[in-house]
Design a protein around this ligand. Structure first.
Ligand code: DHB
Ligand code: MG
Length: 232
């Protein structure tokens, strides 16, 4: 088997996106609005958005937690996967991002099922615990972690606490262009990503794998986990 050249893997990504995702005006409008507002173009690739969508459907998710909204591109994908009376709670630290996200969600017709919680994950996540503990809200069925990589262990801990055995957990950007395999790098995002993977591999509350990805965002990876019975 030959190693992929950039031209070849870009062509494969374009082909997969074309044939399996296709033209999607609401998602394209969301990306355009995000770009116009000056937000970074780091939303998941179309094939990655569809993966989140399918994982939500496969798992029968009704309640989704997202950490890191950006312009709500991935949020739209997941919101479309849940029933009309389901809920996506998405946490965003940047008010400007949240404003773009709100407009994108409303334009995509899923605004009513999405609650944007403004603030840093470390501050917002604890506020989600009480309604789950007291039974007034069910736990989350799917958690997508896509924020500051330095906090991945904190976010994974919260995913186990706010989920239940069977909850699906997805962590974006676990490849970091190959740097993740370098245990000596001082880069804080890589250190955080490695700590998150070590937790996924060693903490009995999770069973996990990770796949490398090569899509329009380049070489990266995604970790997929389930919360086990050990989370009680
Ligand atoms: C970055 C963050 C992301 O979530 C992503 O998908 C790609 C890049 C970043 O901070 O560089
Ligand atoms: Mg990401």
């Amino acid at each position: 088997m030959t190693d992929p050249t950039p031209d070849a893997w870009r062509a494969v990504d374009a082909y997969f996106s074309d044939i399996l995702v296709g033209h999607d005006p609401a998602l394209e409008a969301a990306v355009a609005a995000q770009h116009d507002a000056g937000l970074p173009a780091i939303e998941v690739a179309p094939v990655g958005g569809k993966l989140l969508h399918l994982l939500a459907r496969i798992s029968g998710a009704r309640r989704v937690l997202e950490i890191g909204t950006l312009g709500a591109y991935s949020t739209i994908w997941m919101a479309r996967a849940i029933p009309a009376d389901g809920r996506v709670v998405t946490i965003e630290a940047e008010p400007r991002n949240a404003a773009v996200a709100r407009a994108n969600l409303d334009r995509a017709g899923v605004g009513e099922r999405v609650e944007i919680r403004l603030g840093r994950g470390e501050h917002v996540l604890p506020t989600l615990e009480e309604p789950i503990r007291d039974g007034s809200e069910p736990p989350f069925d799917l958690v997508f972690i896509d924020a500051d990589k330095e906090s991945n262990t904190l976010y994974l801990d919260w995913a186990a606490r706010l989920g239940r055995p069977g909850t699906v957990v997805v962590v974006d950007n676990v490849g970091r262009g190959g740097l993740v395999a370098d245990g000596a790098t001082p880069r804080s995002d890589v250190v955080g990503t490695r700590a998150g993977l070590a937790l996924l591999g060693g903490d009995p509350r999770f069973d996990a794998t990770a796949l490398q990805t090569l899509d329009r965002k380049g070489w990266d990876g995604v970790a997929i986990a389930i919360v086990t019975d050990a989370a009680g």
